[in-house]
Design a protein around this ligand. Structure first.
Ligand SMILES: *Cc1c(COP(=O)(O)O)cnc(C)c1O
Length: 417
């Protein structure tokens, strides 16, 4: 088939789909001697494989009529009940019923369904700069107008958001603003956490300017240090906030279990959109997750992973200090949880351009440009500390310094030519 013939046949969306930049960049990250700070996946050694294997065998043998059958679009009632209990324990959220819950195929499906039910090409939505790529991809399929708000050490720059809201108001276009999407805890990729003051102010802005808040919190339970901060959902409630959660980072992403907590009217719309997408999520992995939660205390179970990630994070922070502490204009986030550090070089750097050198030195990262609404030059990069062993983290940061030094030299050469 020629490209022309295919192009003729494709929809507007089909024509505009682009392959994932991250996938392209990290193609060789698994090669021998390579050290990758690129991936965003949890460490497979943290997966409770024996427990899940036993449960899988058990439910297939004993509950085959349920787990091998079609199930309800809303999700396994047993899993929903466990999820409600967990929300109470983790966040102190009470008063929800099963009508406020939908189980999706990972949070990614939730993001896709949310964009389907809320966004058109005339819609506005506010996201962070940098933004979680999975959300950007999902929203982009609806071709909305993005407003990208810079991220600061304590979360989204709400002065910037308010300025944009006032602009929309003066243009008479506030009614086309649908939602803001935020990752308040241990942001992917920025590594920062939104302060309680900002969470409260965000809800006030949402009330005043009438928009929804999509709160995506895959990492909330992966806190290494510092105090738990109330979720925006707890402050804003069902009328303002849609809370997304997932078992991908605290259990296993292969189960593909995402959770949407929302007003029951929104839940109904999401369920209808999901019906069109896949009829239902797999009953098998939902029931496995329900049984796992009934049998084990997941918050206890993740403690060793939290210890492991904390150690790796500290190792990376120490290596960054040792290698880059002396360099002017360099900074990095110091996450209190999650999987990522956002590492920013002085503005003259272009981490995408520098990537070629990194590949030669067999050190991989994700250039900041990959996380921007408008893929413009960026001097930052996302570093993930979750996969490499500690000695590789130390060696990887050392290689990164070499890469930066070589790139710096090249920039100087170009200038003098
Ligand atoms: C990892 C991650 C998710 C999880 O996606 P799943 O589809 O549930 O695996 C969602 N949001 C953010 C910000 C993430 O980093």
């Amino acid at each position: 088939m020629t490209d022309e013939i295919l192009h003729e046949k494709l929809s507007y969306l089909g024509r505009n789909l682009k392959s994932s930049l991250i996938r392209e960049l990290l193609k060789y990250a698994g090669s021998q001697d390579a050290i990758s700070f690129g991936g965003g996946a949890p460490d497979p050694e943290t997966f409770p494989k024996e427990e899940l294997a036993e449960i899988a065998k058990e439910v297939i043998e004993k509950e085959y009529k349920y787990v091998l059958q079609y199930s309800t679009t809303e999700g396994d009632p047993e899993l929903k009940a466990e999820v409600l209990k967990l929300l109470h324990r983790v966040y102190g959220i009470k008063g929800l019923t099963e009508d406020n819950v939908v189980i999706t195929v990972g949070s990614q499906q939730a993001l896709d369904l949310i964009s389907k039910i809320f966004l058109d090409s005339r819609s506005y939505c506010i996201v962070d700069d940098p933004v979680y790529l999975g959300a950007l991809n999902a929203f982009s399929t609806r071709f909305p107008r993005f407003i990208a708000a810079p991220i600061e050490d304590d979360g989204t720059n709400l002065d910037y958001v308010e300025k944009k809201l006032k602009e929309l108001e003066s243009l008479g276009q506030l009614n086309m603003l649908k939602f803001i999407y935020v990752v308040p805890n241990f942001h992917n990729p920025a590594g920062v956490t939104m302060s309680l003051e900002k969470r409260k102010r965000l809800v006030e802005l949402a009330e005043k300017y009438d928009f929804l808040i999509i709160e995506d919190d895959p990492y909330g339970a992966l806190r290494f240090e510092g105090e738990h901060i109330d979720p925006i959902f707890k402050i804003g409630g069902l009328d303002r906030v849609i809370l997304l959660n997932t078992f991908s980072k605290i259990l296993a992403p292969g189960l593909r279990i995402g959770i949407v907590i929302a007003h029951e009217k929104i839940v109904r719309k999401i369920v209808m959109a999901k019906q069109a997408a896949d009829l239902c999520s797999p009953a098998l992995t939902q029931r496995m997750t329900a049984r796992f939660l009934q049998r084990y205390d997941i918050l206890e179970k993740i403690k060793p992973s939290i210890d492991l990630y904390r150690r790796k994070k500290n190792t990376m922070l120490k290596a960054l200090e040792e290698n880059f502490g002396h360099m002017e204009g360099v900074k990095w986030s110091k996450p209190e949880g999650g999987l990522f550090i956002w590492f920013t070089l002085p503005e003259r750097y272009d981490t995408m351009e520098m990537f070629d050198i990194a590949v030669k030195k067999k050190i991989f990262y994700v250039p900041g440009k990959a996380f921007r609404v408008k893929a413009v030059k960026c001097s930052a990069m996302r570093l993930s500390f979750c996969l490499p062993p500690e000695e590789k983290i130390v060696e990887g940061v050392r290689r990164l310094r070499e890469v930066v030094e070589i790139y710096e030299k090249k920039m100087k050469e170009v200038k003098t030519v």
